[in-house]
Design a protein. Structure first.
Length: 497
């Protein structure tokens, strides 16, 4: 084989190896949540003296993030850090023969999905547990405390009580041998509604919002809010602001102020303090922050936490340049020093590029999710989540399915309606015979509501549940109803009596 072809083949193999190493590094970093990324950066800086933090503002064309001003003490710290880096360089060059001359092998640090879940989630505390803690501080009779705890466990995930009090009365009598009237349960419920957050225990969205208004300082504005929710609730839910303005004889300025305050009410008080409280207690930081403005517009930012701006050490870069400009007169030891310096600089630059690529990938992915689930971010209603799978986001971003999957693992997004794992926004779709695509999450939510509202003395079989879903606009087959019922952990009709 000609010498030229041999050299070309070696060069191609080396290039392919370099590309695969860089791709491996990028895929590992993109999978890390923000806290683990910061730990990884600290480890990389400790292992590679050619990698250091930069005192310059980061170049972030897609976001407008605040930057901290620097003073003389910052300049002093930067100078001291450079001196330390220079000392580290000298020490490293003295140990070239004993140092590893290969490019570093990058490890994500977590090998399985189970280990990732253990590290991210840890022990959680649901909003039910937090409410029970508040109950522990209340003065209640043993009987009322038992009923209070039963009501708390009857709340939906959003913090609302949708089970009729009559049903709860029967359940307490049949399954717990507690003879109590609906009026007495309602008295206990009113005390539950005094717990935090405001709106908890509302039996409807309307009552939930009124409970929050009652907690506000009495003023003309709160009186108007109460009137809107009490007398014009239908117009409010349909966003007929002009009708509300005419009915209350308000000016444009007064209407804007009223609507701004109304939009601050939380339709799902339980969602904001749900299982994510456990995550925050475990120092889990959301990687994405989506803000919903009062006018319904959305803004998005990537949480950079304490991730520093990285650069290649100037002392290493200068030394590499000096060596390369004097290749002819290098001794054997200096050639070894050149090789070491070159490897460390290349490794530092590869890591910097991978961190930038992670930022770009996460940004593209979250923007695509926001576009696909825009209505949910506007209103926070779970039923507004449309069917969305990894392929949908991949098509929007032009990224691989595997990349979208890595981004979605162990990451959280903070919204006005609470903090959610990124996987929360993914769900399969169900296509009806007419070609309409429905979210399985939405169908399951409707199925759960039907079962909770059914007559417990005559629970509905799958055929009846199928008919009830059709009446709600979900024309799905009976076998699909059975599958969703099993996935929700709902027993068959005869076991629900």
């Amino acid at each position: 084989m000609p010498q030229g072809q041999i050299q070309e083949q070696k060069l191609e193999q080396k290039l392919q190896q370099s590309i695969s190493q860089q791709q491996l590094l990028q895929s590992q970093l993109v999978e890390l949540p923000i806290q683990q990324l910061m730990e990884r950066i600290e480890t990389e800086m400790h292992d590679n003296p050619a990698l250091e933090t930069s005192s310059e503002d980061s170049d972030l064309p897609e976001f407008s993030e605040p930057t901290e001003t620097t003073d003389n003490s910052d300049d002093f710290d930067t100078q001291r850090e450079r001196e330390e880096r220079s000392d580290a360089l000298d020490a490293a060059l003295e140990n070239i023969g004993r140092d590893d001359e290969e490019l570093p092998v990058y490890h994500g640090g977590i090998s399985t999905a189970e280990e990732r879940e253990d590290m991210v989630v840890g022990d959680t505390q649901s909003f039910y547990d937090q409410l029970l803690e508040q109950v522990g501080e209340m003065e209640l009779t043993d009987r009322d405390r038992y009923v209070m705890e039963y009501l708390i466990r009857s709340l939906d995930d959003d913090g609302l009580l949708r089970t009729p009090l009559e049903n709860i009365t029967e359940e307490l009598a049949i399954y717990h041998s507690i003879d109590i009237s609906t009026t007495e349960i309602e008295h206990v419920l009113h005390r539950l509604q005094q717990l935090d957050p405001p709106g908890i225990g509302g039996r409807s969205l309307q009552e939930c919002l009124l409970l929050q208004i009652e907690r506000k300082t009495t003023s003309h504005l709160t009186d108007l809010m109460r009137r809107v929710i009490t007398d014009y609730f239908d117009a409010f839910t349909k966003k007929h602001w002009d009708k509300i303005q005419r009915a209350l004889s308000l000016s444009d300025l007064q209407t804007d102020e009223l609507l701004r305050e109304l939009r601050r009410l939380n339709p799902k008080p339980g969602a904001a303090m749900g299982e994510t409280i456990g995550h925050s207690m475990q120092q889990i930081t959301p990687d994405f922050i989506v803000d919903t403005m009062d006018d319904g517009t959305l803004s998005f930012s990537l949480n950079t936490g304490d991730v520093p701006q990285l650069q290649v050490s100037q002392s290493f870069a200068d030394l590499l340049k000096d060596y390369q400009n004097n290749k002819e007169g290098l001794s054997r030891q200096m050639k070894e020093a050149l090789l070491y310096t070159k490897q460390k600089v290349e490794a530092a630059q590869s890591f910097i590029d991978a961190v930038k690529m992670r930022r770009r990938t996460l940004t593209l992915t979250m923007k695509a999710i926001i576009r696909l689930q825009h209505r949910f971010f506007e209103e926070g209603d779970e039923s507004l989540l449309r069917p969305m799978i990894l392929k949908d986001v991949a098509e929007k971003t032009g990224l691989d399915l595997s990349t979208i999957s890595r981004v979605s693992n162990s990451k959280y997004v903070q919204t006005r309606w609470g903090t959610f794992p990124l996987k929360y926004f993914f769900s399969d779709g169900y296509v009806t015979e007419s070609g309409e695509e429905l979210s399985t999450r939405e169908i399951k939510a409707a199925l759960r509501e039907i079962v909770e509202a059914e007559d417990k003395r005559k629970p509905m079989n799958d055929e009846a549940l199928c008919d009830a879903l059709k009446q709600k606009g979900y024309p799905i087959a009976r076998r699909t109803v059975a599958k969703y019922r099993e996935q929700l952990g709902i027993p068959i009709a005869r076991l629900r009596k």
